[in-house]
Design a protein around this ligand. Structure first.
Ligand SMILES: [Fe+2]
Ligand SMILES: [Fe+2]
Length: 372
């Protein structure tokens, strides 16, 4: 190697350090320059590590001929950089992961909880970082984005939180599932007190999450024009079933929402909020959790769905362990294989066939590294 040669890793780290230096003095125009830089870094093929989810082999059966993929990133819980940059680094790692996918996914689902306390600086920073994704982004809202200003800034940045679209023969619906009944007015809470109450996992003061009557009426109306044979994929921040109520791993009107989805032959729900590998099947509906880029939640002390193959407890000495991102491969038959890209661990794929057989076939391999 000649003098002055820098390895690709060295260049990557130097460019990342420069990224953070300039993030401190960020305006919109300079961000776009940095976003371009980030995409360039991601294109460096030498950076692909053995655990990168690009390298996971996906079965290419006849049923997948007309399939497609989308990636997901979720639950980044950003603070402003002056407070804490650890979660910013994690989100940037996920953006690099997704930008490195080849072929690129058709779109990227962002699963909610972009911000930690719903503050403008947090949401704006997240929006800017997500602009460096090469594929189009579909946004979903989480409770951490919402309860400071009741969604005002989030809406300005990303539009309405509830919407649907059709893509390659699949009907997609994004729900706003983290509505809560008013627990704050009677208590005279400030907006920040309201936000911090909702942000507390086991804070008993808050209400349970719900899609709510208006949201359910919208869903019914939206699905009324969809053929029952058309595959439906639903995005919701909270799990659309009742897992563990004290932590709001729960949607209060889940039974009613499931009843609206029940007439459809193929339904898959992809949700955030639980920050863990989570698998459930109720009737014809398959449910998959998403990994967080910020931290893994422990499994709840009761109510864990039987089909869930648990991820290991995270190594407390590694900030990235237990976190990650992933991809959903929608097969030609409209069912979905869900890939969990656990950072620095073996990735796990939970296949449609595993859920359809109620766990009798295609059981995912458990993660193999030790628990802590
Ligand atoms: Fe979250
Ligand atoms: Fe959440």
């Amino acid at each position: 190697m000649g003098r002055g040669h820098k390895s690709i890793e060295t260049r990557h780290h130097q460019e990342r350090d420069a990224f953070f230096d300039r993030l401190r003095h960020l305006d919109r125009r300079s961000f776009m320059r940095l976003a371009g830089l980030s995409a360039g870094i991601a294109a460096a093929k030498g950076l692909i590590v053995p655990q990168s989810f690009q390298l996971v082999s996906v079965a290419h059966g006849a049923e997948q001929r007309s399939g497609f993929s989308f990636a997901y990133i979720s639950d980044s819980h950003l603070y402003e950089q002056k407070v804490n940059d650890r979660f910013i680094r994690s989100l940037l790692r996920a953006v690099d992961d997704v930008n490195r996918l080849s072929p690129q996914p058709d779109f990227v689902l962002y699963g909610g909880d972009l911000a930690q306390l719903g503050q403008k600086g947090e949401l704006d920073l997240g929006a800017q970082i997500l602009k460096s994704l090469k594929a189009p982004v579909r946004m979903m809202v989480g409770e951490h984005d919402w309860f400071l200003d009741m969604g005002a800034r989030w809406r300005e940045l990303f539009g309405e939180p509830q919407y649907s679209f059709d893509h390659k023969g699949v009907h997609f619906v994004t729900l706003m599932s983290v509505n809560e009944k008013d627990f704050w007015t009677a208590r005279g809470m400030t907006p920040m007190e309201r936000m911090q109450t909702v942000a507390g996992l086991d804070n008993g003061v808050q209400s349970r999450f719900e899609v709510g009557p208006e949201g359910r009426a919208w869903l019914k109306q939206d699905l009324s024009r969809v053929d029952k044979k058309t595959p439906v994929i639903v995005f919701s921040h909270s799990p659309l079933y009742k897992y563990y109520r004290p932590w709001n791993f729960w949607t209060e009107d889940a039974d009613e929402v499931q009843a609206i989805l029940a007439p459809f032959e193929k339904v898959t729900v992809i949700h955030g909020h639980t920050h863990q590998l989570l698998t459930q099947r109720i009737g014809n509906i398959s449910f998959h959790g998403m990994l967080s880029t910020a931290w893994p939640w422990p499994y709840a002390p009761e109510g864990l769905p039987a089909l869930t193959v648990q991820m290991n407890r995270a190594d407390p000495f590694s900030a990235f362990d237990g976190c990650g991102d992933g991809r959903v491969d929608v097969n030609g038959n409209g069912l979905a294989d869900k890939l969990y890209n656990l950072w620095d661990r073996n990735p796990v794929t939970v296949r449609a066939a595993y859920l359809a057989s109620n766990g009798k076939s295609d059981r995912p391999a458990a993660t193999t590294l030790p628990s802590y």
